[in-house]
Design a protein around this ligand. Sequence first.
Ligand code: DGY
Length: 320
Amino acid sequence: MKAFITRIIPDAGLQLLQDAGITITQWTEKRDLTPEELINACKQHDALLSSGANNINAHFLNECKHLKVIALLSVGYDNVDVPEATRLNIPIGNTPGVLSGATADTAFLLMLAASRKAFYVHKKILKGEWKFFDPTTDLGIELNGKTLGIFGLGKIGMEMAKKCVGAYNMKVIYHNRQHNPDAEKTLNAVRVSFDELLQQSDVLSVHTALTTETKGIFNTTAFSKMRPSSIFINTARGAIHNEEDLKAALESGTIWGAGLDVTNPEPMQPDNPLLNMPNVAILPHIGSATVDTRNAMSVIAAKNVIAGLGGTRLPHVVNP
Ligand code: DGY
């Protein structure tokens, strides 16, 4: 059996595939495959292990319907046409759970960085602009006792909420389709409407999947309901916020700051004005980028490939 991998992945996952007798081809170029290259490569393989950057759309799936499994190296699967894969009987695997702590760390880091203008003042040092102690410039805001709003309180949101309660005794509110009894019991979290989340959050952190329902939901209308002192954090998917609307909300002081690990498009261009705004912290989609987490993700993805090639149910499958 042969598996094609669209990135160099950690040895932990590779080893498992090799031990299972699977022949591996890894794409080693420092660029994404074009759609045609991906189709051509997959035509010669039985399984695909793919990063979230590859568009697994209906065209790809129909060209490669021989694939026995597609394993993603991500928890998010918005890059996959899951209904079409399901129709074609191709199981799609993802990597939930293992990246929750690392991704929540990234959200927490961005919250702190935005609240203290950390990335902006760091750039001032590099530019030789640290001249003297000035008691009234570059002042941040404190987080102690503030209200954290979580949009999408799943595993990652829960980790973020725990960190914020532990570190700053923050009050947690959340907006979900369903109640999260664990969060309500252990963190006194309160489920609120979307408008209440916007109106009451001092820090609003996005931890939901990108769907037709959430695409662009953080737009001018949403930002206009937020507090002028609030910070918007997104470590989920860039398309959940409208970037132009976010820029306008920051410029006009409708909201105070933002921390983004995800942008739309990715990569963000270096001349993007958001990168130079004082109260904004931006990272290049590194939410799960720790050695431990990426090892664990590669192991799950490898197990999904092995199960799919063996014709058994994937340990983590997203098809209904
Ligand atoms: C995920 O796992 O979904 C991360 O965003 C990496 O793509």
